[in-house]
Ligand binder design. Structure first.
Ligand code: FES
Ligand code: FES
Length: 154
């Protein structure tokens, strides 16, 4: 069955089992591997993408559910030449260790700052429920505060 949606600003139509999780469609069918698979049960956040601007765990999201919606992956956030404020802050604070969880972390942080441009520590803790086996949590919090400032400065 065909499903059509927008991926990083471009329309896509794919033939896939409507129950196939969006994560697999993006990684396997569309070949965009920036988003990672961690737990497969919506617990770790490694697979986070934006669906209509909302940070969403795509390992349990049937692709049919994004029909007509806007999906954004880490590939749509910034490039090495033009990183987003969040990505610049991630570099400043040297957040990634092994890096495996980090595209999901960044997508969650981008969605938080889109919704709450000047988050409190409580806002950050409430939004950032992603799991990191390397324990980057303190650096993630520091980087989000820096990114909030960078965004305000434009
Ligand atoms: S892989 Fe989706 S939440 Fe862990
Ligand atoms: S940086 Fe290694 S899992 Fe988070």
């Amino acid at each position: 069955m065909a499903t059509s949606f927008t991926l990083n600003g471009k329309p896509v139509t794919i033939e896939a089992d409507p129950e196939m999780p969006l994560l697999w469609v993006v990684r396997e069918t569309l070949g965009m591997t920036g988003t990672k698979f961690g737990c497969g049960i919506a617990a770790c956040g490694a697979c986070t993408m934006h669906v209509d601007g909302v940070a969403t765990r795509t390992c349990v999201l049937p692709v049919a559910d994004v029909e007509g919606l806007e999906v954004k992956t880490i590939e749509g956030v910034g490039t090495a030449q033009t990183p987003s404020a969040v990505q610049r802050a991630w570099l400043t604070h040297q957040v990634p260790q092994c890096g495996y969880c980090q595209s999901g972390m960044i997508m969650a942080a981008e969605a938080l700052l889109d919704e709450t441009p000047d988050p409190t520590n409580e806002d950050i803790d409430a939004a950032m429920t992603n799991i990191c086996r390397c324990g980057t949590y303190n650096r993630v919090r520091d980087a989000i505060r820096t990114a909030a400032t960078l965004r305000r400065e434009g």
